[in-house]
Design a protein around this ligand. Structure first.
Ligand code: HEM
Length: 222
């Protein structure tokens, strides 16, 4: 087997690990965001956001997270281009077998998520970096940023709600295939456990997608 084959396996392996790491981020991110739904006063959400924004460990972790996104996206694009080139050269069988692991829509849903991420960071993260988040007026929390107000203001705009819902559905398709695909890429294929992993992947994709979608919808109608 060629070096190229091994290097493509290594890229898939790293990409899979980064992808699973991003799943854990989404679970934490969703849990914190849901506080806005359960607590309309925004106290709990702002306290959690304040903790995430000031804890030194999490501040370092944030850059690890961005690196995780960058590596996952970079290898995803490289592998997809290699796959297209292989197909162009007539390596039909290789291209087909790779396609079963690397489903043909992942690159497109991935690109859409990337565009979403750029807009999303512009909606919140960039404003925070620029110190443009209003102060939280809750008496017990003087000096704390009101990140929750930014979210609420954004989702009072119907256009943004529709944009987020559509983009989150596309993310759901990506996640639905991603989980089981990551386990295949790291070589965890087992007659007994693979069906369970596939089921867990569907479950996580549905819970994460539905969980994120209810946030803009509930805020809009509240
Ligand atoms: C309804 C859905 C969502 C809401 C309300 C939301 C809200 C937020 C907010 C308020 C921040 C800024 C946090 C801070 O800096 O204090 C943020 C950051 C971020 N979001 Fe989201 N988010 C949503 C969905 C997503 C999704 C689906 C992804 C991934 C594809 C994502 C990825 C990120 C990343 C990477 C950051 C920057 C890191 C961080 O500050 O934690 N978000 N989001």
């Amino acid at each position: 087997m060629s070096n190229r084959y091994y290097s493509s396996l290594t890229k898939k392996y790293i990409m899979a690990l980064m992808g699973l790491f991003l799943f854990t981020f989404l679970v934490v991110h969703l849990s914190i965001n849901l506080l806005l739904v359960f607590d309309p006063t925004r106290v709990l959400f702002n306290e959690a956001a304040h903790f995430m924004g000031t804890n030194p460990f999490i501040q370092i972790f944030q850059w690890v997270l961005f690196a995780g996104f960058a590596i996952h996206i970079f290898y995803g694009v490289v592998l997809q281009i290699q796959n297209w080139i292989a197909r162009g050269k007539g390596y039909k069988r290789k291209a087909l077998s790779e396609e079963s692991i690397f489903s043909k829509y992942m690159i497109y849903t991935g690109i859409v998520i990337f565009i979403f991420l750029v807009i999303h960071l512009g909606n919140f993260f960039v404003l925070k970096m620029q110190g443009r988040v209003p102060e939280f007026e809750h008496t017990a929390n003087a000096g704390m940023e009101d990140m929750g107000l930014l979210v609420v203001n954004l989702f009072k705009n119907g256009g943004y709600v529709i944009f987020y819902v559509i983009l989150l559905l596309i993310m759901g398709f990506h996640l639905d295939h991603a989980f089981q695909s990551a386990f295949q890429s790291i070589g965890w294929n087992h007659r007994k456990y693979t069906p369970f992993i596939k089921g867990l992947g569907h479950f996580l994709a549905i819970v994460l997608t539905a969980g994120f979608i209810i946030i803009p919808v509930i805020i809009y109608y509240r």
